[in-house]
Each structure stands twice: as structure tokens, then as C-alpha cells.
Design a protein around this ligand. Structure first.
Ligand code: ADP
Length: 296
């Protein structure tokens, strides 16, 4: 069983500013940090650090060299990443001394996937292989449709959520990985119980992994529900907690672990991620997760 992550590859430009730039103002920033990220790349990194062979597919621009190097350093297969004219996807992030941020996103190459590229990539995968998707690229609906027709298992992290997603072939999704905010937006429910009940009514064949931040996670399949608490740790930066969870959750599934063990390991991995600053930099390796669990 192979795992293909068709997702975004982004540069994050993080500027330290005294305050958010105002309309008409020119503001000098104090510091610039450039990191490779995007939900797609972060989830591929999490899968790779969890010990999995992962194929990443997507697009980068003419400036995509560092994104590809990062993938290769992590052991991620980049044969299905195409380079195109123009810029890679990127985010311009302002951070104030109080830690507030605002983010300007440019989809760039992430929005230039074509049906031809999708068909070419999917031709290398078979029934039973896993397709992991987020919502930072174009043609997500086409990917769901084509991959499900091949019999691939579809895992969707509908993030960032947009109303448009609700018009997609979500009935073809095998597993949804969602946080509480996305759960509310998708279902209109307020509590985790209400969210899961409504989502099950809408998509009775699917399984739902609802992450609840410091409260842990709830896995709902058929009429059953399994809840695992989060680990009690000192959180310094929750960026990429969900991406880490997704990577380690899928790794557990691929390694044939039991449901409770899968959730516990994914919670441990994401607890380690929130204890460290940064996005990709905070994603742990399997050996760190095993050590953390052995000490608990
Ligand atoms: P997202 O990052 O997508 O918003 P969540 O906030 O639900 O997702 O976090 C995903 C997982 O990360 C949770 O299920 C939990 O296991 C872990 N996590 C998040 N915040 C904390 C925290 N403060 N302490 C411990 N674990 C956390």
C-alpha cells in the first residue's frame, strides 16, 4: 500500500514588525525568516519522520529549488512534483512583539495543477493505495473523483475550510481529519458530539478523526466512537499540531497498528510539536515519540 500526498508546497516569509502595517503606511521590518511549509509539505514531512515512504505530488514555481531540496533531505519522493513558470506558493506573515500575526497567502504554483498532471500521477497508483489531500491546491474535487474511481482510499484534511468544499464529492472520502473549527464549519454542529452526529448523517460511509486541541481526539467510525485525551504538556506554539497529527495518524494506519495505539502515538507526536516553536521544525521523529511514550 503506497501513500501519495497531493498537496501544497509553500515558502513562509515571516517578518518581525513593531505593529501590523496600516493602510498607506510603509513599515520597516526588524527580521525576516524564510521557511519551507504549506500544509501539504508539513504533512509529508510528518509522514516521513514517522518512518513512512511518501510520494509528494504538486507544483512549484521557478523559485522552487529549496522546496524540492527540503523534500529530498526528508526522504520524500519528489518524482511527481512539477515545476512551472511563475512563483511558488508563499505566505507573507507579520508577527508583532505580542505574538499576534497576520498572513497574506499567494497560491502561486499550488493553484496551477492540471487534470493532465493529475491523471499522469494517479496512473502510478493502484486500488488500495492512499491519497492524502488538504485544501491548499486547485482541483481537489477532481482528485477525489478520479482517485475514488481507481479504488484509492481517500483521506481529506479539509483545511483551510471553504464553503465550496461542501459541493465536492465528499461521500467518496474514506477518512476525514478535522479540527473542531472545521468540524463546526462543515456540520453546523456546536459540540463534538453534535458535529460527529451530523457528519455521520451526511457521510455515513466515512470515518472521522476530530482533533480537539488540548482536549485530545475523537475517532468515530460506524456507530462507535473512541476518545483519547491529549498529553498534558507546556504548549509554546501550536503551529503544525494538526499536520503532525495527520502524518503520525496515517503512519499508524499504514503500519497496521490498533486504533487506540494509532491515536495515542499521533497525540504524543503532536504534543511534542506544540512544545517546540516553528512549523516543520517542530515535527518530531518516530524515535522521539517512542521515547516520550516510554516516559509516560
Ligand atoms: P489544528 O492544529 O489542526 O488546529 P488541534 O488544535 O485539534 O489541530 O491539534 C491537533 C492535536 O494536537 C490534538 O488532537 C492534540 O493531540 C495535540 N494538541 C494540540 N494542542 C495541544 C496542547 N495544548 N497540548 C497537548 N496536545 C495538543
Amino acid at each position: 500500500m503506497k501513500v501519495l500526498n497531493f498537496g501544497s508546497l509553500n515558502y513562509d516569509y515571516t517578518y518581525q514588525v513593531s505593529h501590523m502595517v496600516r493602510p498607506g503606511e510603509t513599515l520597516a521590518s526588524k527580521n525576516l525568516q524564510i521557511h519551507c511549509g504549506g500544509k501539504g509539505l508539513n504533512q509529508s514531512i510528518a509522514l516521513a519522520r514517522a518512518g513512512m515512504k511518501v510520494y509528494h505530488a504538486g507544483m512549484v514555481g521557478e523559485d522552487g529549488g529549496q522546496l524540492l531540496d527540503t523534500c529530498r533531505q526528508e526522504g520524500i519522493d519528489t518524482d511527481f512534483v512539477l515545476a512551472c513558470e511563475g512563483k511558488s506558493g508563499h505566505a507573507v506573515i507579520q508577527v508583532t512583539p505580542k505574538g499576534e500575526n497576520c498572513i497574506l497567502l499567494y497560491g502561486g504554483a499550488n493553484r496551477k495543477n492540471s487534470v493532465e498532471h493529475i491523471d499522469k500521477v494517479l496512473a502510478s497508483f493502484d486500488e488500495g493505495d492512499i491519497l492524502l489531500l488538504q485544501n491548499e491546491i486547485n482541483l481537489v474535487n477532481e482528485l477525489i473523483d478520479r482517485a475514488s474511481r481507481k479504488g484509492m482510499k481517500i483521506v481529506l484534511n479539509p483545511s483551510p475550510f471553504e464553503e465550496e468544499l461542501l459541493g465536492y464529492r465528499l461521500d467518496k472520502v474514506n477518512t476525514f481529519l478535522i479540527n473542531e473549527t472545521e468540524g463546526r464549519q462543515m456540520s453546523g454542529g456546536k459540540t463534538p458530539e453534535e458535529i460527529l452526529m451530523r457528519l455521520h448523517e451526511k457521510y455515513p460511509e466515512s470515518e472521522f478523526v476530530l482533533t480537539l486541541g488540548e482536549k485530545g481526539v475523537c475517532l468515530s467510525f460506524g456507530k462507535e466512537c473512541l476518545t483519547v485525551p491529549a498529553f498534558c504538556v507546556e504548549a509554546v506554539d501550536t503551529t503544525a499540531a494538526g499536520d503532525t497529527f495527520t502524518g503520525f495518524y496515517l503512519a499508524g494506519v499504514l503500519q497496521g497498528c490498533g486504533r487506540e495505539e494509532i491515536l495515542r502515538r499521533a497525540c504524543a507526536a503532536s504534543a511534542l510539536a506544540v512544545m517546540k516553536k516553528g512549523a516543520a521544525a517542530s515535527i518530531p521523529r518516530m524515535k522521539d515519540v517512542e521515547l516520550f511514550l516510554s516516559e509516560r
